[in-house]
Ligand binder design. Structure first.
Ligand SMILES: Cc1cc2nc3c(=O)[nH]c(=O)nc-3n(C[C@H](O)[C@H](O)[C@H](O)COP(=O)(O)OP(=O)(O)OC[C@H]3O[C@@H](n4cnc5c(N)ncnc54)[C@H](O)[C@@H]3O)c2cc1C
Length: 338
């Protein structure tokens, strides 16, 4: 959408701090628009210190409308186009929402609060996910949603950034106040020194492996407390996620593990024989209103608070930041200019 112009090329250098999903998209769009961009990341290429490493990677603006403000859907739907443009191999196989009979009322509520879905009967469910034949009497199919695998897509975005002329420096801890030019601070929770209202919301996940189940898309199971889901990762691996706990310690509690594994078993009993590959958790960076924010103070721009929507929102937030820098466009819903 934003073309590089001779005018913008070679203007002030841009430093992006943090190569998680927010910073990776900022760096990529700025580099493609012709800016000289350096992306600083304090951890190694493995990115295990980022929240993004632990994420589900669902691109689900319609499902998320159940519990989010309309701005999340607006930016999320725009992001889907950017994912398609920049990472054309992104699977857009849709999402499936199912519930057991006892959670019927919550299922109906979910259907009422969201759009972009088609109701499926039992036959419709097994048509799109044959492995679930006979397991659910109905489902909601959100055909236009997608998902990415964070641990594959982050290196892909970094590589695209480098191909666009960007310079990425791992093991490089940067201080926004010590850098010249335009600084885009995407440090996630580490930005609390300048944004003290940020908090971490723990999300726990488990990866399991089995050859007994095949799924083509994320399957969400209606659950009274959390949206629990199973995401196929390929090679017989599945991510089970995710809890949402107001706590900043990491690790996975026994209770959460029971609930995540129970959800997988409820989706398909063959998960009982699956091998557990990994338990883990990440802290979602969130502001008190759980909404993302682009905070502008002269040439320092902080992009943060992506909460549980980092993969969904990062492309659109990068596009908004670029539009502000190049053309002074302000999106009042997410931008704060000091
Ligand atoms: C279990 C779980 C499941 C999730 N599922 C989804 C999902 O399905 N879909 C979705 O859209 N979102 C999901 N999320 C949310 C998503 O992961 C977050 O919104 C997103 O990762 C936040 O990205 P970020 O780039 O802001 O932060 P981070 O990923 O934490 O990146 C910040 C980076 O900054 C680096 N850094 C910090 N300080 C410095 C410094 N001084 N110098 C250099 N580098 C620095 C850090 O090392 C880190 O790599 C999930 C989160 C969790 C925990």
């Amino acid at each position: 959408m934003f073309q590089s112009s001779e005018d913008s090329r070679g203007e002030s250098p841009v430093s992006v701090i943090g190569a998680g999903i927010a910073g990776a998209w900022q760096a990529l769009l700025f580099a493609q628009a012709g800016h000289a961009v350096t992306l600083h990341e304090r951890s190694s290429e493995a990115m295990t210190q980022s929240t993004s490493y632990w994420a589900g990677g669902m691109l689900a603006p319609w499902c998320e409308a159940e519990a989010s403000e309309p701005v999340i859907s607006r930016l999320g739907i725009r992001s889907l186009d950017l994912w398609r443009e920049q990472v054309p191999e992104t699977p857009f196989n849709g999402s499936l929402v199912v519930a057991h009979a006892r959670d019927r009322a919550d299922f109906d509520r979910f259907a009422k609060l969201t759009t972009g879905h088609r109701r499926l009967d039992a036959g419709g469910v097994s048509e799109i996910e044959p492995a679930l034949e006979g397991r659910f009497r109905e489902g909601l199919f959100y055909a236009d949603e997608g998902h990415v695998e964070p641990r594959r897509v982050l290196p892909q975005l970094h590589a695209r950034f480098t191909a666009a002329g960007g310079n990425i420096q791992f093991n490089s801890e940067a201080d926004p106040d010590q850098l010249d030019g335009i600084v885009i601070d995407c440090r996630g929770l580490a930005a609390r020194d300048t944004q003290p209202e940020l908090r971490g919301v723990r999300g726990e996940m488990i990866t399991v492996e089995t050859s007994e189940v095949e799924l083509s898309r994320p399957v969400r199971l209606i659950h009274p407390r959390w949206p629990l889901y199973v995401i196929p990762r390929g090679d017989g691996r599945f991510m089970l996620g995710a809890t949402s706990i107001e706590a900043e310690d990491t690790g996975v509690s026994v209770r959460s593990a029971l609930e995540l594994l129970g959800a997988a078993y409820a989706v398909h009993p063959a998960f009982a024989e699956a091998r557990i590959v990994e338990f883990g958790s990440g802290l979602r960076p969130a502001f008190p209103d759980n909404l993302p924010r682009i905070a502008v103070h002269n040439d320092k721009i902080a992009v943060n608070g992506l909460y549980r929507h980092g993969f969904l929102l990062a492309p659109a937030l990068a596009e908004l930041t670029l539009a502000y820098v190049q053309r002074g466009v302000i999106d009042n819903e997410v931008m704060q200019c000091a």
